[in-house]
Ligand binder design. Structure first.
Ligand SMILES: Nc1ncnc2c1ncn2[C@@H]1O[C@H](COP(=O)(O)OP(=O)(O)OP(=O)(O)O)[C@@H](O)[C@H]1O
Ligand SMILES: [Mg+2]
Length: 257
């Protein structure tokens, strides 16, 4: 029988090995990056504008193949679009000609679900984000906050193992953003939501500290990992006025300076 020490650790959910992205032949915009994400982890990426956060997310989503290096999902190298991940965008990226329900269901057809199941699944996540009653509305009839709820429901509806979010709250007003952060944390903790791992890109240190298990700090030119902060010891919920939370935010600002 194998002793505990010889039992292999479970494969990381996501693993980037020596990932580099070039623009043209000579300009390296990102990397080399080595990064691992555990199952059920909430990981945030922070860093200055242009350091390659969105590029990194596109690589993880499999819509961009890195010039150098390997991306692994559950140990297996990613070869194409990452069907185990879904994305929420800052600009919502909804289809204006589709009703809410069809926007939410949009990813389900390619995953082979029959129409009835698609509708059921879409409705589940519409209800979970609090948009019940707006199924037949078009994006133009919705506030920005509601549009982002559609974006969130659409991403969750495919029940990805990994939810990627690229500055999902920065196009929202302060109060709406706060409500949405709380919603995302509630959904992350909810047993009826299948998605358990979140990779968040944000400009906001306060947001990263309020939400994450771990924060990876990037620096620019080329985009590299500058630092990493483990926040698992910081109790939740992390109200911004709690001394421990404020100290952590201050420490992170000092790191970035
Ligand atoms: N098509 C392109 N051509 C040339 N450079 C590009 C191209 N796309 C991205 N870049 C460069 O890659 C770098 C990383 O861009 P990226 O959008 O990933 O950064 P970011 O961290 O997401 O920035 P922001 O915080 O502003 O969203 C930038 O320096 C940018 O100039
Ligand atoms: Mg970006």
């Amino acid at each position: 029988m194998a002793s505990p020490a010889s039992v292999a650790a479970p494969a990381a959910l996501l693993r980037l090995e020596g990932v580099e992205q070039f623009y043209g032949q000579k300009i390296r915009i990102l990397g080399p990056i080595d990064l691992e994400m555990r199952e059920a982890e909430f990981l945030s990426l922070v860093g200055p504008s242009g350091c390659g956060k969105s590029t990194l997310l596109r690589i993880v989503a499999g819509v961009l193949t890195p010039t150098v290096g390997t991306v692994r999902m559950g140990g297996r190298p990613l070869k194409d679009v990452n069907t185990r991940a879904a994305m929420v965008f800052q600009s919502f990226a909804l289809f204006p000609w589709l009703k809410v329900v069809d926007n939410v269901a949009v990813g389900l057809e390619s995953r082979g679900l029959p129409p009835r199941e698609r509708l059921k699944k879409a409705q589940k996540y519409i209800d979970l984000v609090g948009l019940s009653g707006y199924e037949r509305a078009y994006p133009r009839e919705l506030s920005r906050g509601m549009k982002q709820l559609v974006g969130l429901a659409r991403a969750l509806a495919v029940e990805p193992e990994l939810l990627c979010m690229d500055e999902p709250f920065s196009a929202l007003d302060v109060l709406t953003a706060r409500t949405m952060r709380e919603l995302v944390l509630d959904l992350w903790a909810s047993p009826v939501v299948m998605t358990k791992s979140i990779l968040l890109v944000t400009h906001s240190i306060e947001e990263a500290v309020a939400m994450s298990d771990r924060v990876v700090v990037l620096k620019a030119n080329p985009g590299r990992i500058a630092d990493e902060v483990d926040l698992r010891g910081l109790p939740r919920p992390r109200r911004p006025d709690l001394p421990q939370v404020r100290e952590t935010v201050d420490r992170m600002y000092a790191l970035l300076a």
